[in-house]
Write a protein that binds this ligand. Structure first.
Ligand code: GAL
Length: 367
């Protein structure tokens, strides 16, 4: 009798343990585009999974919109870095700040231990900080940098991104060097570089800095410039194409240089230029972008894009996950990593100029 009783008690206990851990099964983010993208991670060894569950910190992540070329690579990098290291709740904020605010509330109610937020609107940082602070949750912003007033308002907020001005300066240096090497690009021979500028999203630190510093740098190198057009294409290739279509009909061959704040818009412009007969029979237009996404690298290889600036999605994603994970575990955000914080509480991943000469290096970074 006693043996039977003992056996029943063992069974009840085992059931209770499995039952408890079942609620917190290790999950990983593979989901796309919905409010809560949690998928169960499959594991052949249920014991291993139960053990891992206790160690995987839950991190709430938002991307300002999944439908952004460059951000899809950052997202992929965060997901890869999280494999076996963290459970992600991953959200597409669909370019809507109100949606993102609700997603943050939802993730907090699901018990995330830290937040990694790619803001829709950089001005909304105080709102998100307020939400994190009221729960004493660490918060990592990435890609869209909040201003310093917001960053200094909470001791548990950090930023992962780049130095926006650096991308503009590198792009400007690339343009200046190539322009000097190719006097034939000054089609009307007036000694002035007549350019059109595809700007990203107005108010976005990267868009503002790239627009300013690319041209400032070209001018500093002693090149005279004339701005034929400057309009926002919101990082989007379709908008880049539409703007370029309109500019070609308005200015025709007076355009001598196309400068885009990102590759997405540059690719749209190239499509438009191709339709207008460029990159054929010796008709050429220099086009430069930023990001070094794989589609742009192919265009550099086939000669329809002059160059770009590597925006290192892989390392920005990795750093975001590293900091968010450490912070979720209550550790120093840099513990066990090689990242460094500057005096603005930011990890800044460097940009690199990319032309045909170092295309292999850029390709490797997006592998
Ligand atoms: C920039 C990138 C753009 C766009 C933007 C979104 O850093 O160059 O292509 O992805 O971030 O915030």
């Amino acid at each position: 009798m006693k043996k039977w009783l003992a056996l029943i008690m063992v069974c009840v206990l085992a059931f209770a343990i499995v039952g408890c851990s079942g609620d917190e099964t290790a999950t990983n983010s593979e989901g796309e585009g919905n409010a809560s993208a949690e998928n169960e991670q499959s594991s052949g060894d249920s014991n291993a999974q139960t053990e891992a569950t206790d160690e995987l910190p839950k991190i709430g992540v938002t991307i300002y919109k999944f439908d952004d070329n460059f951000m899809s690579f950052v997202r992929r990098s965060i997901e890869t870095a999280a494999e076996g290291k963290a459970e992600l709740i991953l959200n597409d904020s669909q370019n809507n700040q109100a949606t993102q605010n609700d997603q943050v509330d939802m993730m907090i109610s699901k018990g995330v231990k830290s937040l990694a937020i790619n803001l829709v609107d950089p001005q909304a940082a105080p709102t998100i900080i307020g939400k994190a602070q009221s729960e004493n949750l660490p918060l990592i912003f990435f890609n869209k940098e909040p201003d310093q007033t917001a960053m200094q308002s909470y001791d548990k907020v950090w930023y992962v991104g780049t130095n926006s001005a650096e991308s503009g300066i590198i792009q400007g240096e690339l343009i200046a060097k190539m322009w000097a090497d190719h006097p034939e690009w000054d089609r009307n021979g007036d000694g002035v570089m007549s350019y059109v500028m595809l700007k990203g999203e107005p108010g976005h630190p990267d868009a503002e800095a790239r627009t300013k510093y690319s041209i400032d740098t070209v001018v500093e190198k002693g090149i005279l410039v004339e701005e034929l057009e400057l309009q926002p294409g919101f990082w989007d290739s379709v908008k880049g194409k539409e703007l370029m279509d309109a500019w070609i009909s308005k200015h025709g061959d007076d355009i001598e240089m196309v400068i885009a704040n990102n590759d997405g818009m540059a690719l749209g412009a190239i499509q438009s230029l191709q339709a207008a007969g460029y990159f054929n029979d010796g008709k050429y237009m220099p086009v430069v972008g930023v990001d070094a996404i794989p589609d742009a690298l192919s265009k550099i290889k086939d000669g329809s894009m002059l160059g770009t600036v590597l925006n290192d999605a892989k390392n920005q994603g990795q750093a975001t996950l590293d900091l968010a994970r450490n912070a979720a575990l209550g550790k120093d955000p840099l513990e066990g990593t090689e990242w460094k914080l500057d005096d603005q509480k930011a990890v800044r991943v460097p940009y690199v100029a990319v032309t045909l000469d170092n295309i292999d290096f850029a390709e490797k970074s997006y592998e």
